[in-house]
Write a protein that binds this ligand. Structure first.
Ligand code: FES
Length: 167
């Protein structure tokens, strides 16, 4: 599938931002652009995230897959068991866009011929809050007092924060 990617790095800085303000919304792009590209990757206070536009909804999550750090911004979106999921391009793990749950198919060994059921491994990928104001998309990083498996790769690939954001 041909995929158009937009990457934004602090393209519309937040005013009055200090080192303690990592919980403030940061603009990552424009709604008119994501409607066309279907996804935007961005760095929010040093953390790499991806925003997907799917069926008129916006979903933000850590960009690196919780399994081994794969690039979720390059993954296909598929409907699995009624839930929109991104399929990690590295090992095909399925992650729900709305909740960051890892899905897997469970086979009942006593009834191997029965169609395997989709089950959840729980929330593995950190989801962030997306808001839209005046046509701009903002991402607010979620509360890091709760940990998610994707935090490991978010920390590993953490980018230095642009000095203009720490005035
Ligand atoms: S890194 Fe995503 S499935 Fe392995």
């Amino acid at each position: 599938m041909g995929m158009r990617m937009i990457h934004m790095d602090q393209n519309c800085p937040v005013e009055n931002t200090s080192k303690e303000d990592n919980d403030l919304p940061l603009c990552v792009g424009k709604i008119e652009d994501i409607k066309y590209s279907k996804r935007i990757s961005a760095t929010v206070y040093g953390r790499e995230i991806v925003v997907f536009y799917h069926e008129e909804n916006l979903h933000a999550m850590d960009l690196h897959c919780y399994h081994a750090g794969g690039p979720l911004h390059l993954g296909e979106i598929e409907d699995i068991n009624g839930q929109a999921c991104v399929i990690c391009p590295w090992h095909k793990y399925k992650i729900t866009l709305a909740t960051g749950e890892g899905l897997y198919q469970a086979i009942d060994p006593k009834h191997p011929s029965v169609m395997p059921k989709w089950c959840s491994k729980g929330m593995k990928q950190r989801i962030h809050t997306v808001t839209v104001k005046n046509g701009d998309i903002y991402v607010t990083l979620s509360d890091t007092s709760l940990s998610f498996e994707s935090d490991h790769y978010a920390d590993k690939y953490k980018k230095p924060v642009h000095p203009s954001l720490n005035k």
